[in-house]
Design a protein around this ligand. Structure first.
Ligand SMILES: Cc1cc2nc3c(=O)[nH]c(=O)nc-3n(C[C@H](O)[C@H](O)[C@H](O)COP(=O)(O)OP(=O)(O)OC[C@H]3O[C@@H](n4cnc5c(N)ncnc54)[C@H](O)[C@@H]3O)c2cc1C
Length: 439
């Protein structure tokens, strides 16, 4: 049996596995697909903003006994319950999908382990548990980590939003701030660092959720501030000016204070120090500054990384100098030789690349020519809190409720690529039920 090992079951990895499984069924040789992930679940990251600001429904569901429990116990229990239960929890159920459910009845072996290294010479993937998994072909799809640009204290003192546990930590902290503000004087200062899509969506969702928190905790709006900081001179550089203005207006309506051209020098537990020397108080800093390749890659010898620690790949998405190792998604750096564009770190690109990697591994096994990847970006979709989104597809823009509906169609399209029809619809309904309660 020859192994095709796929490290990472995120947007890129899971799609390579599913696409390749269909193809290799046609081969006479014995090929086995082994999918490795440190989690038992696949995270649908576009729903993480909702998870981070999930409050209303949870509070309503709590029994009075739970409500009366002391805050640290309540938060710790809630976190442990939901993180521990992974995709079985209320929020988790609408954000994460069981990998075993996705690959059910497929000829794919799932290994729930953390990859700790690769022996490129012997062709073995090593795991933290001490196992070695030999491979004929290897796909590296291990996603990304937060990039702090060397800002002092950012790694230690800010929150990131990359996973379900991250989202639950943010949600717990925000609720804790409102509880504390109710008991004591003092203001709530929520700082979101970075106004790319991630920062904008996070700030908008928190602002939407905060409306319920002001009411339920009896806090005057003036006591809380949501500050969105951006180093560049405008938010959402990838969005066209008309739509940017729309999104800006929406954020302002939600009460988000936007400051652009602001460089952060230091993050502490209670403040953000700007390059100008100005000190902004902060009760929580959510870092949405950018991404870099997984730290694990730094120990790889003979693998070329870019300045953000991502693996440089060729036109066929192969790791430079290797014909049997592919890298894609957020883990990789691909520059399109046709357009000169560098692939952005988005789920859409990860999915596009997955189709090419699956095709190329199959072609390589059959000793056929490989296909080149070319970036194609049909548009973007930005959620702006509540039932409001701005979606641009092939130059046509939909905003407001219509944009929000189209975003749900995008969700459904994705769920359908992983699950049978009724399961995908049920997941979408779960999303509706859980997350629209915040709106
Ligand atoms: C909050 C948020 C919202 C987003 N919203 C959008 C959006 O609306 N639209 C969009 O296009 N993009 C969005 N993105 C970006 C998108 O999520 C990424 O570009 C996409 O997930 C990249 O896919 P990937 O497969 O490369 O990485 P990931 O999806 O991150 O998958 C990496 C996988 O590797 C696993 N892994 C990591 N390290 C190890 C290890 N050592 N051992 C084993 N397993 C490991 C992880 O558990 C994970 O399952 C969003 C990102 C975030 C954080």
């Amino acid at each position: 049996m020859k192994n095709i090992v796929i490290a990472g079951a995120g947007f890129a990895g899971i799609r390579v596995a599913l696409k390749l499984e269909k193809k290799i069924a046609m081969l006479r040789d014995d090929w086995s697909i082994i999918l490795i992930d440190k989690n038992s679940y696949h995270t649908y990251t576009p729903a993480l903003y909702e998870a981070a600001s999930y409050y209303h429904a949870r509070l309503k569901k709590e029994t009075s006994e739970e409500k009366n429990a002391c805050l640290p116990t309540r938060l710790a229990e809630a976190l442990a319950k939901r993180v521990g239960m992974g995709f079985d929890g209320v929020v988790g159920g609408a954000t994460c999908l069981s990998i075993r459910t996705i690959i059910k009845n497929r000829n794919i072996t799932f290994v729930e382990q953390e990859v700790s290294g690769v022996d490129f010479k012997e062709k073995i993937v090593k795991t933290k548990a001490g196992d070695g998994i030999p491979f004929e072909y290897l796909v590296l799809a291990l996603g990304s980590e937060a990039l702090y640009f060397g800002v002092k204290g950012a790694g230690e003192c800010s929150y990131t939003l990359k996973s379900l546990p991250d989202a639950l930590r943010i949600q717990s902290r925000i609720e804790e701030l409102f509880l504390n503000a109710k008991a004591h004087s003092g203001n709530i200062e929520i700082v979101v660092a970075g106004a790319g899509a991630s920062g904008v969506e996070t700030a908008a969702e928190i602002a939407t959720c905060a409306r319920h928190l002001y009411r339920d905790y009896g806090i005057a709006k003036e006591r809380a501030r949501i500050l969105l900081l951006e180093a560049q001179d405008k938010i959402l550089t990838q969005v066209n000016p008309g739509e940017r203005a729309k999104i800006k207006k929406r954020l302002q309506k939600l009460g988000v204070l936007i400051r652009t051209g602001i460089k952060i020098n230091e993050v502490t537990l209670t403040s953000v120090v700007l390059e100008s020397g100005e000190k902004c108080e902060s009760s929580i800093v959510i870092w949405a500054g950018g991404v870099k390749g997984p730290s694990l890659f730094r120990q790889f010898e003979n693998i070329e990384l870019d300045n953000r620690g991502r693996i440089i790949v060729d036109a066929f998405l192969r790791v430079k100098n290797y014909s049997d190792i592919f890298a894609l998604g957020d883990s990789s750096n691909f520059t399109d030789e046709k357009s000169g564009l560098t692939a952005p770190a988005t789920a859409f690109i990860a999915e596009q690349q997955a189709d090419i990697v699956a095709k190329n591994i199959f072609s390589s096994i059959r000793a056929e020519p490989l296909g080149k990847y070319h970036i194609s970006i049909p548009g973007y979709a930005i959620s702006c809190g509540g039932k409001y989104a701005v979606v641009s597809i092939f130059g046509v823009t939909f905003s407001g409720f219509l944009g929000w509906l189209i975003k749900r169609v995008i969700d459904l399209r994705y769920f359908l690529s992983l699950l049978p029809f009724w399961q995908a619809c049920s997941l979408l309904l779960k999303e509706f039920r859980v997350f629209t309660k915040n709106d």
